[in-house]
Design a protein around this ligand. Structure first.
Ligand SMILES: Cc1cc2nc3c(=O)[nH]c(=O)nc-3n(C[C@H](O)[C@H](O)[C@H](O)COP(=O)(O)OP(=O)(O)OC[C@H]3O[C@@H](n4cnc5c(N)ncnc54)[C@H](O)[C@@H]3O)c2cc1C
Length: 380
């Protein structure tokens, strides 16, 4: 069988690519080693924020929000998108100065964001205790939000199938076939599948997949943990985060509180085992931020992986040495929210040869001895 494009990975990025490419008339096949959403996508907070420190991430997120807003209509399925805002705690004068700089940059790029005081923190999310949070202020962007990661990914799958994409689950790509520095296809389920392009959208396993094509990438898998509580009636709308404490939490559409924090035993590598130390730390910090949650039960606790790049920015675009091999990884904990724009840029490049400044600034080549600009506004 011959395809225009083979996509490796059935998370939000792989499935969005399948939709975007097939919509543009290309014949694509997606191979997922386990099941759709079995990687980070099915384990994530699915928060969508435009409050970043680098111009690039702000613009990619801002444009992604525009796509998310219309996505339920475009795909014909409800993806659970809502804009409850993101409230980012500011803990001291140094953080306030940094926040003022970030807010000025975000505003200059058209993002509706402002600094709020403790009273406004209480009025936006009455469950929060600014003193318990040790916050002197916060930044707030009302157009940030959240979508359901399962509904979004499966809506892409459904639309991609309608447009002719073949989607294979429980199908691990074991080899990437090359001829004279050009990809020719993949070997999966003992079959040789020919393709002009092969996309690495394998999340925290992208380093292993790149190796199949003889490419070294600087990514590291980092184990993260998250919890979800029992359902509550709606008590707040925004995602609450703190760069200093690393915590993030929000109330889901169905009422549960979902959140995470870096655990005391957090480490790099493929460790699936959840830790009790995380659970304790999360419960203590969450109830310091929102004391009313003290009597709420935690229902579930799981692990997932960030695919971390050296500058916490995604790595995208065609490999400079292996033609037809497309990078789409290194999302470092924000790959759900950036997926609409990143996959649009990649699909336009593959289908129409359209260039984008981000294919240069986010290329794998940026790590070659040059000074890199690190994204510092990361949590969890
Ligand atoms: C706890 C947690 C909270 C997060 N919160 C947020 C958030 O609030 N907002 C946000 O934007 N992001 C968040 N993220 C990050 C986000 O989940 C990821 O950046 C995003 O889901 C990455 O999607 P992906 O499609 O690139 O990769 P994944 O969803 O990881 O999918 C990759 C897939 O590739 C498959 N695969 C691997 N190797 C092969 C192979 N050889 N052959 C075939 N298939 C293969 C895997 O099985 C996997 O399903 C969070 C992540 C975690 C872990």
């Amino acid at each position: 069988m011959k395809y225009d494009v083979v996509i490796i990975g059935g998370g939000i990025n792989g499935c969005s690519l399948a939709y975007q490419l097939s919509k543009r008339g290309l014949k694509a096949a997606l191979f997922e080693r386990d099941y759709i959403c079995s990687g980070a996508t099915g384990r994530c907070g699915a928060g969508i924020r435009q409050q970043w420190s680098t111009e690039e991430n702000i613009i990619l997120a801002r444009e992604s929000v525009k796509i998310f807003k219309n996505l339920s209509k475009e795909l014909g399925e409800d993806i659970g998108f809502r804009q409850g805002g993101y409230l980012i705690a500011v803990h001291d004068k140094k953080e306030l100065k940094d926040a003022e700089e970030r807010v000025a940059l975000q505003k200059s790029l058209g993002v509706d964001v402002r600094i709020i005081d403790k009273d406004e923190i209480r009025s936006i999310a009455p469950i929060l205790d600014p003193d318990g949070m040790r916050a002197i202020a916060a930044t707030f962007c009302p157009t940030d939000g959240h979508a359901d990661p399962f509904k979004t990914t499966f809506a892409y799958v459904k639309s991609a199938r309608k447009h002719g994409t073949d989607i294979f689950t429980h199908s691990e790509v074991k080899k990437i076939v090359k001829e004279r520095s050009r990809v020719k296809g993949v070997i999966v389920n003992d079959k040789n599948i020919k393709a002009d392009y092969v996309i690495n959208a394998a999340g925290a396993w992208s380093k292993k997949v790149a190796k199949l094509a003889g490419i070294e990438i600087p990514n590291t898998p980092l184990r993260k943990e998250a919890i979800v509580t029992e359902r509550l009636k709606r008590i707040f709308d925004c995602m609450v985060i703190s760069f200093k404490d690393g915590i993030y939490f929000s109330q889901q559409n169905e009422g549960q509180i979902l959140g995470g924090i870096p655990g005391p035993d957090e480490r790099t590598g493929y460790f699936f085992q959840p830790t009790f130390s995380f659970l304790q730390h999360m419960a203590r910090t969450l109830t310091r931020y929102a004391p009313v949650l003290k009597h709420i039960k935690i229902l579930r606790h799981w692990t997932g992986f960030y695919d971390v790049s050296p500058d916490a920015r995604p790595i995208i675009g065609e490999d400079p040495n292996v033609k037809g091999f497309i990078h789409c990884h290194g999302f470092s904990g924000h790959g759900f929210m950036l997926s609409p724009m990143v996959t649009k840029i990649l699909s336009e490049y593959i289908a129409d040869g359209k260039d984008s400044e981000y294919l240069h600034s986010l290329s794998i080549e940026r790590f070659k001895g040059k000074k890199i600009k690190k994204e510092i506004s990361v949590v969890g």
